[in-house]
Unconditional design. Sequence first.
Length: 158
Amino acid sequence: MPRKSTSPYRFGDLLALARQSWITQMAGGLAAKGYGDYRRSDAAAVRLLQRGPMSIGRLGAALGVTRQAARKVADGLERRGFASLARDEFDARQVMIKLTSDGEAYAGAVRTVIEKLNRSVTRKVKPADLATADAVLRAVLADDHTRRLAEFLGPPPR
């Protein structure tokens, strides 16, 4: 009779390792496309900004970070030539961030790398197992401010 493990299941550790692996694969894929300075916040930020310019505060809310942290993301994108910052023409208190043409190209590269990684996962895992994993990951997000990003991802797979 097999012995039951007395160790607790370490989902959080597995999730952290998977996230780190994904980030490493993202960085490698983008480096191969000429973008060797990928930052973890870039993927969500540029994909949000592809929808159109937004205020720093709105970007922070969408990313689930403080206005100060969103400003750092925006400043990093601006320093690398991927975004421009300007005062809102209707409300000078608001700083707007907008992707540049280089930023649009970068966002396209980010999307391409994400799609490639997603295809790689779908080749390795059965659709029913992917749907289960999706449900588990959305449950992890359910009570967290990052659930806003889950909305960004769209509906779960069927």
